[in-house]
Write a protein that binds this ligand. Structure first.
Ligand code: 5GP
Ligand code: MG
Length: 209
């Protein structure tokens, strides 16, 4: 059994001056939801759990680009990770600015031969409406995998419109409030992916976009 996600919906916010933030980003950040130290502690636990569950082999990591790569890199190369995964990527486009647009288009290097009889673990940055993971999960299920599970860094359950995917979520880092977040792989218009905390932007940063 994997540990439940850490619910930080009511946690007191960490102020930007309590952690190190590169000066290029500092004035854009309203507050921090997950600081780097907490991120690393949780990734350690998740890497141990995923390692243990996939030690039998036959694992296929499918990373949802671009946002899921930061998370999957931290988990799959963690010193506690002993399981070996084959590795594929999928790019899903459904999101423009801060609002989800509805339709999901997939572009991937996944083939039926590569998925058949594999234990697939999807790595995603954040589950919002659930449409992206629903489209990817349905696509993979047609290729006769041994199993399909989701490892999500973050979850915003209040935004869910596709509830069917919840039963696939095997590992999840944190449950966060319904706010637009950046950092740890998550961007806004290509920026902030390399921020080492998960943060909420000041509204004026994306206002009008
Ligand atoms: P869904 O299909 O679940 O509505 O949306 C999932 C995708 O939307 C995520 O993979 C991510 O790319 C994007 N997304 C959802 N919420 C956020 C957020 O708070 N911040 C950022 N940067 N992207 C988000
Ligand atoms: Mg994404």
């Amino acid at each position: 059994m994997a540990s439940p996600p850490i619910d930080i919906r009511n946690a007191p916010p960490v102020l930007p001056d309590e952690v190190f933030i590169p000066k290029e980003y500092l004035s854009d950040i309203d507050h921090i939801l997950v600081r780097q130290r907490c991120f690393n502690e949780r990734i350690h636990v998740m890497a141990e759990e995923i390692s243990r569950d996939f030690e039998h082999g036959n694992g296929l990591a499918v990373v949802v680009l671009k946002g899921g790569k930061y998370f999957s890199d931290h988990v799959l190369t963690h010193r506690m990770m002993n399981a070996k995964f084959e590795y594929r990527t999928v790019r899903a486009t459904s999101y423009h600015g801060t609002e989800s647009s509805g339709n999901v288009a997939l572009e991937s290097d996944i083939s039926e031969d590569g998925v058949k009889n594999k234990h697939v673990l999807l790595f995603e940055d954040i589950i919002d409406t659930g449409r992206t993971l629903d489209a990817i999960t349905q696509h993979l299920l047609q290729m006769n995998p041994a199993s399909v599970g989701i490892a999500a860094m973050l979850d915003k359950p209040e935004r869910r419109t596709v509830a069917g995917i919840d039963s696939f979520i095997k590992y999840c880092g944190w449950i966060i409030p319904n706010k637009f977040v950046v950092g740890c792989g998550l961007d806004f218009d290509g920026k902030y992916r390399d921020l080492q905390h998960i943060a909420v932007l000041k509204p004026e940063v994306y206002h009008g976009k």
